[in-house]
Design a protein around this ligand. Sequence first.
Ligand SMILES: *Cc1c(COP(=O)(O)O)cnc(C)c1O
Length: 391
Amino acid sequence: MSASQIQFADRISALPPYLFAELDKLRDAKRAEGVDVISLGIGDPDLPTPSPIVAELERAVRDPANHRYPEYYGLDELRAAIADWYARRFDVSLDPATEVVPLIGSKEGIAHLPLALINPGDTVLMTDPGYPVYAIGTMLAGGRSHMVPLTAENGWLPDLEAIPSDALEAAQLMWLCYPSNPTAAIAPFEFFEEAVAFARRHGLVLAQDAAYSEVTYDGTRCRSILEVPGASDVAVEFHSLSKTYNMTGWRIGWMVGNAEVVEALGRVKTNVDSGIFQAVQLAGIAALDVSQRWIDSRNAHLQRRRDLVLDALRASGLQPETPKASLYLWSPVPEGMTSVDFAHQLIESAGVIVTPGVGFGAGGEGYFRISLTTPDDRLQEALDRIAALSF
Ligand SMILES: *Cc1c(COP(=O)(O)O)cnc(C)c1O
């Protein structure tokens, strides 16, 4: 059978084209010309996972008991360790048996949650700009995405009262992501209170993606949406070891909160996957024991990078916002340029790759994102080149 005879599902053709394909092509062309291209595009920590976590994996991987199918709902010990972490970190009390579901990375659960909540044609509310997986999971479940615009003037927080009532009536689920990828904005606790009340009033499940809650600067401490009294009636929160402990490759995260939603996502998952490799679960338990001191010193390292990036961008005439959290800087492009124009120009003139804001939705137009996950020497080299430009 030739490829042309294969009939693909509509949902595959509806998947967004790989937005960065064109930039990748430009990068490859530059490399072929001999240009030393440096990417500041990808949000994937370059720093290593703490050694006690690696040591626990080494130990656990040698134990044949861990070579078999894991427990579907995660080891009791892992769910207990996650609940303990929530109690210590946020003073939020969770029942490990019913309010915690471990995930094979939080992206997996984010993509699967709509399968548990959405019927074809139902609406999911999410922000523009935003992390693309909220819309993709919605689309794979046959739902419709309603984009709620974010603006710098609103501190990159959605104006909930401005959501049109027809979208609201059709909606089952609303996504939030604070600290935000890509804008790096933090939600004040009052916004979480407002969002929980709003979800309650409109019969929505509220899903807050807290992937970056532990990657913070200038002494910032993020709060959990589950700290809002009664939040578990309507809310769930996603977290992941990926950004917290430099563990993106390990694939371990979780969703916590509303027990019915936890049960429903768990039911989808038991039918499509068989859980996290048990040795990784045991390493995850070790991760949740890593000291706050380690996190503070990792954050101090990233903060030094943040400050170098701010200085270089400002030296070139750009006006970046100062992030208090996340792995990203989010900056307006120069007047009169699109975000893709700017990204192209930076590759052409400096051999540096940044992410055009429009890659996170139309609302990201006019901005670009720089990731703080490039090794110090390469970052410095990229910044020297940027600082020599003038916008
Ligand atoms: C990185 C990221 C995640 C997912 O991380 P996992 O590695 O799948 O746990 C989730 N949400 C946002 C916004 C992210 O940037």
